[in-house]
Structures are given as structure tokens and as C-alpha cells.
Design a protein around this ligand. Structure first.
Ligand code: HEM
Length: 459
């Protein structure tokens, strides 16, 4: 590192100054993701947004930079400090921790997501999906449109809690979603900046700070729910999921604290259902929109499943369905950006990245980079034929990359490859709104307004 500082021949990262930035601001607030894509197309694969006199926000949009940040020199780029606004919620769980503690927790929990355990969840996944199918069938009969995004969120939350924590739990799923949305919105990059600006103005006029009581109340409500889940698990030992079993055992053995068990549960709630729900929602959206490819996978599903519930072995027999989901996650990556803070000065592709830089990898923009994706806005699942994906490990990264990549990927992909074909066997999906939905990009990609669909029962 010292040597790099001495040389200092590295170029300065191009800066989008405050004046330029102000020009883009209205469109950034209205449609942030599309605007970032345009900004990067105009300014290149690395650009620094200087919002004030600080070091700014550096956005990188090329696999070489991304490989360096997430893998080659990952020790220099930490997630922990950028997660600080969520510290009261996530504590030191797997997503939020670093160093020795992360290693220990990763070692403990990663095996619980192995494929060999995921197959044990097939039954719960299909049973829970059938509950939603019945609800949608009833709506369909009464000609009631469905809020697909919301319904799918509840489904994925039920599956997560029942498979990982306890199948006996009875909790208010809507309350969990309400609290999580409030906490995530408050911690988003956009809301944090608005809050900082408002606080500055209030200070100037000696006004009182904005109360954070609603966030505290939401946190307390989640604390109560988690305590309740743990109590239910103790009362019903046969119901306990592998993840919670592993955590409680590690606590009994004196390897981790009681607080660590709580933190890991909160981290699962944070990372484990909003993401899969987003992937499923956008897959259904793409299905409703792309007749040609939808017919292709419907044919594949009908041929393979013959009206049955998918089993583990069926997954590999439906490659086009998997490619369809992958393409939906290319255009709508549930986690649209990764943020890191650098510890030391660094140099990437000849550019100087100063110590304490806030670096963003915009997955949404990377998945549309015209150098790597032909006609990037076009929906074409065949991009994911194995021969087309060679050398794209850092170009397609919906689950991240490097050692901090998603541990839940096997569970997430299995859930998607069971639920999506299961739903398609029962319904035809039609979008009510003709206009393309505007995306809300707080933390997870969602439609800004409810994604209403007319479902017609076909079974
Ligand atoms: C389609 C679904 C999912 C997507 C797109 C997704 C995406 C991601 C991404 C991009 C990261 C890395 C974040 C970063 O580098 O800053 C991540 C990490 C993580 N995900 Fe997922 N995820 C999904 C499902 C799940 C599920 C089902 C679980 C658990 C039940 C889960 C648990 C985690 C955890 C604990 C981490 C942190 C890993 C670590 O730092 O060691 N995810 N996920």
C-alpha cells in the first residue's frame, strides 16, 4: 500500500461535480436505477459522485474492478461500516459482521444451506405454496386482481421461518413485513442523505431533530416476534429448523452468546425472504410480459411435471425454466447494489481509490452493460445457455461474489425452481397496468406501486 502512495501516478477517478449532479438529481429521485445506468453510460465505468466535500460515492461498473473489490483485494473493502445504520437491527449477524466473528459464524451456518438439506424443505415449500394457490384461485373466481408482490412476500417469509426456524410458529407475518420495510427505508442511502440534509437545516434554525420513535417501535416489535419464535421452538422441539437448531446448540456448547442467536435470526429475516420474493415477483412479471419465452417454459413444465408437484430431481430436467428465472434476475437483480468502504489506499485499473472511499457496485447497471450484454434491455433467457456464460463470473452477480457472496443461494434457487413452475401450472398471469412499473430501490428492487395482476385459473 505504502508503495502505491509513493508512486502516485495513478489517475484520479472522474468526478461528477455538484453542479452536474444537481442536473441529474430530479431524475435520480424519480427513477434512480435507470438514471444510474444513463449516468454510467455517459461518464464511463468508474465515476465519483461528489455530493459534498467528503470523498464522495464511487460507482464502478466493470467486471475487472468488481473482481478486484469482491475477490482479489476483498480484505480492503468492508461491508460492516456501511451496515452501521442497521446495527440495532442486525447486530453482529452473518450479514453484518466481519473478521474472526464472521469466519466463525460462516463456518457454523454455511453447511446448513447445503443442497443435501435443502431437499428436506421441498415438502414445506410446496405445502405453503398450495395455501397461496387456494387464495389466488378464490380471487380468480371472484374476478379480484391480486397484489402479486405482497402475496409472494408473505409466502417467502412463511417458508423462510418454517424451514429455518420452526415449523410450529404462529406469527403475524404482515407485522414482520411492515417493520422490516420501515427499518430498511430509513437506512437506505437515499433516506440517510435526506435525513442528514434535514438535520442540518433543523440545526440551523434551532429546530428539534426528527423523532426516531417509529423505528424504535418497529425494532421492538421484531424483538418480541423473535423471542416468541424461540419460545415456540423450545416448546416444540420436533419443529425446529436446522439453522435454529445449529444456533441453539452452539449456544448450549458455549460457542456463541444468546445475543448472537438473536442477531442471526434478525439477519435471516433481513436477507432471506424479501430477496427471494423480489426474484419470484419479477419472474412472474416477465412471464406475463414475454409470451414467446413463457410458452416455451410452460411447455417444458407441462412435459416434465405432468401436473405433479416438482421434486428435487425435476429441477435439473427444466433448464429453460431456470434460464428464465436467471434472465429475470439479470434485468431485476433483487439486491441492486453492493456497498463497501475501503480501509487503505488502493489502485484499480490505474485509478487511485483513496482510503475511506465509499464504493458502490450497481448490479442493476452491470447486468445491462452493453459491452457484455447484447441488446441489454431485451428479455432473452438463452443468454444463460452454458456456452454463452463463459467468463461472466463477475458480469452476472445477483448473489454477489467472493467470500461474502450469498450463503442462501442454494435455498433461494431451489425455492424459485419449485414455486415458479408450481404457480405456472395453476394460473395464467396478466398485468393490469399497461405502463412499465417504476422501481423502488430502497434496498431490494420492488415495484413502487402494487403490482396488480389478473390471474385466470387453468387447473
Ligand atoms: C434470490 C434470492 C437472494 C438474492 C438475490 C440474494 C443476494 C445476496 C447478495 C447479493 C449478497 C451479498 C451482499 C454483499 O456482497 O454485500 C447476499 C448475502 C447474504 N445472503 Fe442472500 N440473497 C438471496 C437469498 C438469500 C436467502 C434465502 C438467505 C438465507 C436464508 C440469504 C442470506 C444471506 C446472508 C446471510 C448473506 C451474507 C453472507 C456473508 O456475508 O457471509 N440470502 N445475498
Amino acid at each position: 500500500m505504502e508503495k502505491r502512495e509513493e508512486k502516485s501516478i495513478a489517475r484520479k477517478i472522474p468526478v461528477l461535480n455538484q453542479l452536474d449532479f444537481l442536473k441529474w438529481l430530479p431524475s435520480l429521485y424519480k427513477n434512480p436505477l435507470k438514471t444510474i445506468v444513463k449516468l454510467l453510460a455517459k461518464n464511463g465505468d468508474v465515476v465519483n459522485f461528489k455530493l459534498s466535500n467528503d470523498k464522495g460515492l464511487i460507482i464502478v461498473n466493470h467486471p475487472d474492478y468488481i473482481q478486484h473489490i469482491l475477490k482479489t483485494n476483498q480484505e480492503n473493502y468492508s461491508r460492516k461500516r456501511v451496515m452501521l445504520p442497521l446495527h440495532d437491527f442486525l447486530g453482529d449477524g452473518l450479514f453484518a459482521s466481519e473478521g474472526k466473528l464472521w469466519e466463525q459464524q460462516h463456518l457454523l451456518l454455511k453447511p446448513t444451506f447445503h443442497d443435501k438439506f435443502v431437499k428436506d424443505y421441498f415438502h414445506v415449500i410446496s405445502e405453503e405454496t398450495k395455501v397461496l394457490i387456494e387464495e389466488w384461485k378464490s380471487n380468480s373466481k371472484k374476478n379480484i386482481a391480486c397484489d402479486v408482490e405482497f402475496d409472494v412476500n408473505i409466502l417467502m417469509l412463511r417458508i423462510l421461518l418454517k424451514t429455518q426456524l420452526s415449523s410450529a410458529i404462529k406469527v403475524d407475518y404482515r407485522e414482520i413485513i411492515r417493520c422490516l420495510r420501515l427499518i430498511l427505508k430509513n437506512s437506505s442511502y437515499k433516506d440517510q442523505n435526506i435525513k442528514m440534509a434535514k438535520d442540518k437545516i433543523r440545526k440551523l434554525f434551532l429546530m428539534k431533530k426528527i423523532s426516531d420513535a417509529p423505528i424504535k417501535e418497529a425494532l421492538q416489535s421484531l424483538e418480541n416476534i423473535v423471542a416468541n419464535i424461540r419460545a415456540t421452538a423450545i416448546e416444540n422441539p420436533e419443529s425446529v429448523g436446522l439453522a435454529l437448531q445449529t444456533l441453539e446448540k452452539a449456544k448450549e456448547d458455549g460457542l456463541i452468546s444468546d445475543k448472537q442467536v438473536r442477531d442471526e435470526i434478525m439477519n435471516f429475516i433481513f436477507a432471506g425472504f424479501d430477496t427471494t420474493a423480489s426474484a419470484l415477483t419479477w419472474s412472474l412479471y416477465c412471464y406475463a410480459k414475454n409470451g414467446f419465452w413463457s410458452n416455451q417454459i410452460k411447455h417444458e413444465i407441462d412435459q416434465v411435471l405432468q401436473n405433479k408437484v416438482p421434486e428435487m430431481e425435476n429441477i435439473s430436467e427444466m433448464p429453460h425454466t431456470k434460464m428464465f428465472i436467471q434472465e429475470a434476475m439479470r434485468l431485476y437483480p433483487p439486491v441492486w447494489s453492493l456497498l463497501r468502504l475501503s480501509h487503505q489506499n488502493d489502485e484499480i485499473n490505474g485509478y487511485h481509490f483513496p482510503k475511506d472511499s465509499l464504493v458502490m457496485i450497481c448490479i442493476y447497471a452491470l447486468h445491462r452493460h452493453p459491452e457484455f450484454w447484447d441488446q441489454p434491455e431485451l428479455f432473452n433467457p438463452e443468454r444463460f445457455l452454458p456456452e454463452n456464460m463463459k467468463g461472466k463470473a463477475f458480469v452476472y452477480i445477483p448473489f454477489g461474489q467472493g467470500k461474502r457472496a450469498c450463503v442462501g443461494k442454494p435455498l433461494a434457487m431451489a425455492e424459485l425452481q419449485i414455486i415458479f413452475p408450481l404457480l405456472l401450472q395453476y394460473f395464467k398471469f396478466e398485468l393490469i397496468a399497461k405502463k412499465e412499473p417504476v422501481i423502488n430501490a430502497d434496498v431490494i428492487i420492488k415495484p413502487q406501486k402494487p403490482l396488480m395482476m389478473k390471474l385466470t385459473s387453468i387447473k
